[in-house]
Design a binder for this molecule. Structure first.
Ligand code: GLN
Length: 486
């Protein structure tokens, strides 16, 4: 049989239920591939082969008994900022290097209950702060399409592992683009659901009012399957919303007649590379052929989104990260003569430079005398951005935009210039500020063979619209790219 690791989840599921393969065989295939290829990609921080094979044996029994769901027996990778009981959760930070959580995140519990297999924990920018996975305290991850390039971030390990077929699909988290941007750079599908659609319980908090967990998959059908599996109200997350979860796969269709797609004019201005623009325009032409009506819309406060996000996110981070003090979790500095010195040394030695930068910016923005000028102003701007989306969605069902201004840049290219790194988040952060869903789906390849994604955004709790548009595009484009071989 051909290389099983290249198959999307929905095909693997068919092979499993037809008993053509077993989950143990499939899990072994992934573990072997990780052994062989991950030294080049560096997607995994921790691989858990024994636990995975045990889960696979259980899944096979379930399949034998005819009790399988769409994810039973499917090997997945998990971003290493979601807690899994008994398996270390590092957030790619020295401060949590040896932290073993005593509980499991709701999303992982849901997947476990449905019989999914966890292959291990995937690399990220430290505490999910970054856009390239170069801020990991351990090592950078490489883009499977070109190992000299970044995979995007912060869920770079999740996107790279999915594209390199080191897992069948993965979970990422998205605070300002961290699922969609790496998905775009690695040629896979990534969805940030509506804020409140998926429980954050057990996700290590970065910026609690923006964070959301979502799937990174090989195709749109897999995205619908995984979103279905993790969505829904959770009484352990007070911000999760008790709203019916629709049947996402049922919304997939290649007929877009009756759908109006808005192109926000602020997303197509300067800074957008020619190649990305061409890829997006080509995709929009295809959507039109599938029956969609294309209109121009406006989200006028977009120009303030980066400034607004880089106040709110660090402000929340500075308070969320106050808990890492050498007492409650993980790392503690060795030499100190009193308690204050222990705190200081632990945090100085335990956090990397980007995390420290955010803590300092956030603390400054929240301090008395500056709170009104920065945090309060940013919160007001956030409301304006949210209202922009509400107004734009009066004129269209979904919006289509670029995901990132350029294809994946080279490793090391932007590490000395944090502002340049922040600016590349321009097309993804507004959805987090407004709380609406966003999905990235591959639409083109650059001249040097790097993937380019297009983003679909929809009103709150209308994820199915983004899935429908993305599915129609994916079907029309066919197999325009192959999975990189390792
Ligand atoms: N790149 C953004 C940041 O550095 C987004 C990160 C994320 O979504 N976790 O904050």
């Amino acid at each position: 049989m051909s290389d099983l690791t290249q198959y999307p989840i929905h095909k693997l599921q068919k092979l499993l239920s037809a008993k053509e393969i077993t989950s143990v065989e499939l899990t072994r295939a992934y573990l072997e591939k990780i052994d062989r290829a991950d030294p080049k990609i560096k997607a995994y921080i921790t691989v858990t082969p024994d636990e995975a094979l045990k889960q696979a044996e259980k899944a096979d029994k379930r399949i034998q008994a005819g009790e399988a769901g769409p994810l039973t027996g499917i090997p997945l990778g998990i971003k290493d900022n979601m807690c899994l009981k008994g398996v270390r959760t590092t957030c790619a930070s020295k401060i949590l290097e040896n932290f073993v959580p005593p509980y499991t995140a709701t999303v992982l519990q849901k997947l476990e209950e449905q019989g999914a297999i966890f292959l291990g924990k995937l690399n990220l920018d430290e505490f999910a702060m970054g856009s390239s996975t170069e801020n990991s305290a351990f090592f950078p991850t490489h883009n499977p399409y070109n190992l000299d390039h970044i995979p995007g971030g912060s869920s770079g390990g999740s996107a790279a592992a999915t594209a390199a077929c080191l897992c069948a699909g993965s979970l990422g988290s998205d605070t300002g683009g961290s699922i969609r941007q790496p998905a775009s750079h690695c040629g896979v599908v990534g969805m940030k659901p509506t804020y409140g659609r998926v429980s954050r319980f057990g996700l290590v908090a970065f910026a609690s009012s923006l964070d959301q967990i979502g799937p990174i998959t090989k195709d749109v059908t897999d995205c619908a399957i995984m979103l279905q599996a993790i969505s829904g109200y959770d009484n352990r997350d007070s911000t999760s919303v008790d709203m019916e979860v629709p049947d996402y796969q049922a919304s997939l269709s290649t007929d877009l007649s009756g759908m109006t797609i808005g192109l926000p004019k602020e997303y197509f201005g300067k800074g957008l590379s020619e190649e990305v623009e061409k890829g997006i325009q080509n995709a929009i032409g295809i959507l039109e052929q599938q029956g969609a009506k294309i209109v121009e819309v406006s989200v006028p406060h977009t120009q303030y989104a980066i400034a607004c996000y880089y106040i709110i996110a660090p402000a929340e981070a500075s308070s969320n990260l106050a808990r890492y003090d050498g007492v409650k979790y993980g790392f503690r500095a060795k030499d100190y003569s009193n308690l204050l010195e222990m705190y200081k040394k632990t945090r100085s030695e335990g956090f990397g430079p980007e995390v420290k930068r955010r803590i300092m910016i956030g603390t400054y923005c929240l301090s008395s005398g500056y709170y009104d000028a920065y945090y309060k102003k940013a919160s007001q701007v956030r409301t304006l951005i949210t209202n922009d989306f509400k107004d734009a969605f009066k004129k269209c069902d979904v919006m289509a935009t670029p995901v990132a201004p350029t294809p994946a840049f080279k490793i090391g290219e932007k590490t000395d210039d944090p502002l340049q790194m922040y600016l590349s988040d321009i097309f993804t952060i507004s959805t987090n500020l407004a709380g609406v869903p966003g999905l990235s789906v591959p639409c083109a390849l650059s001249s040097s063979g790097l993937p380019i994604g297009i983003q679909f955004m929809a009103p709150h709790f209308k994820e199915e619209r983004t899935l429908k548009a993305a599915y129609a595009l994916e079907q029309a484009l066919g197999n325009f790219k192959e999975w990189p071989q390792f």
